[in-house]
Write a protein that binds this ligand. Structure first.
Ligand code: SF4
Ligand code: MG
Length: 339
């Protein structure tokens, strides 16, 4: 298939110091610990997990804003794994970002038109004054704002409108891929759906691909074609959207679904889905084996000993759980025969 982004066994580990002697490294935090996925052309991959699971760090590694420890990142077929921020810059025309905070991410002293036009200026494609102004007006219309809003300042806008301004900035250079890190989490629920609809409209009109990061399965449901669920630095399940909601396999995914207030009451949610108990454990000192085992209602002795591999369960559906490991199933059957 035609992938825009390919991430292979990405690891981002941060050194930990003992707090007394800053030069003595006492370990490492495995913020991202062997993550692989692809985003296809005009596709949205939802990347979901609790805060601290490494989803934002994955985004920063793709943007080359944090160094990777191991693995490979390809953008439009080019290996960008070790590009510096400076050497990454020409590629940033085609790889853009929308952040969570529509208040903090816009310079309050710049007029909206100049905020939207800034990427054009930075990349030297602003053209003459008329072309520049026309492009800004076109971008404002594209995100559902009125052209005369170009003359106003960010503080004059609501949160949802500010996020539209951020989106206009992100698409100004006709990117291929937009990384969206919790782009609606700071907005009122009533506004979230409008902004999500805008993302979908822009995808259809401009052929954009999205990596759409969220902590909540309800938010990514409408926007995603496929969804990857992360837990403490690892992907634990990935599936086409409908399959993930209809037949989730990983106990953590089931727990997230039980916790998420899905707007569709006819969704086939099994009552067997149990809500997740306990706090997410710290990534500084993660549990052995399957990181989820202290919170997992299905945990078995093997779960604390060995980390399950992400294994294909069906076409496009993979899960990292000993319950769904085919070789493990044989073990269980064999021990049954022996007994
Ligand atoms: Fe639960 Fe074990 Fe599966 Fe981990 S591997 S999710 S602890 S059953
Ligand atoms: Mg985050």
């Amino acid at each position: 298939a035609d992938s825009v982004l390919r991430v292979r066994d990405l690891k981002v580990h941060f050194p930990v110091h003992d707090g007394v002697l800053i030069r003595r490294q006492t370990g490492s935090v495995k913020a991202v610990d062997g993550v692989s996925f692809e985003v296809g052309r005009s596709e949205t991959l939802g990347l979901v997990g609790e805060s601290g699971c490494g989803k934002s760090t994955t985004g920063l590694a793709i943007l080359r804003m944090t160094p990777l420890t191991e693995g490979r990142i390809e953008f439009e077929g080019q290996d960008i794994s070790h590009l510096s921020v400076r050497r990454m810059r020409p590629l940033r025309k085609r790889l853009q970002m929308v952040y969570q905070d529509p208040y903090g991410s816009l310079n309050p002293r710049m007029k909206v038109g100049d905020l939207i036009g800034e990427p054009l200026v930075i990349h030297g494609v602003a053209g003459d004054q008329d072309a520049y102004r026309a492009r800004i007006q076109e971008l404002l219309r594209l995100v559902g704002l009125r052209p005369e809003m170009a003359e106003r300042y960010p503080h004059e806008f609501s949160g949802g409108q500010r996020q539209r301004i951020s989106i206009a900035r992100a698409v100004a250079l006709n990117p291929t891929l937009v990384l969206c890190d919790e782009p609606v989490s700071a907005l009122d629920v009533s506004i979230q759906a409008q902004v999500i609809n805008l993302f979908q409209e822009l995808q259809e009109r401009l052929g954009l691909s999205y990596l759409f990061i969220a902590h909540d399965l309800a938010v990514v449901r409408h926007v995603s074609h496929r969804i990857a669920v992360m837990y403490l630095g690892r992907i634990v399940e990935v599936a086409p959207r409908d399959l993930l909601y209809r037949a989730p396999l990983h106990p953590y995914t089931r727990g997230l679904l039980a916790a998420a207030p899905l707007p569709d009451p006819s969704a086939e949610r099994s009552r067997a889905h149990e809500e997740i108990v306990g706090e997410p454990p710290s990534v500084v000192n993660p549990p052995s084996g399957c990181h989820f085992h202290p919170r997992c209602p299905m945990a078995m002795p093997v779960c604390a000993q060995r980390a399950p591999e992400l294994t294909a369960a069906a076409t496009g559906h993979a899960v990292a759980c000993h319950l769904h490991d085919p070789s493990r199933a044989l073990d269980i059957a064999a021990s049954g025969l022996a007994a």
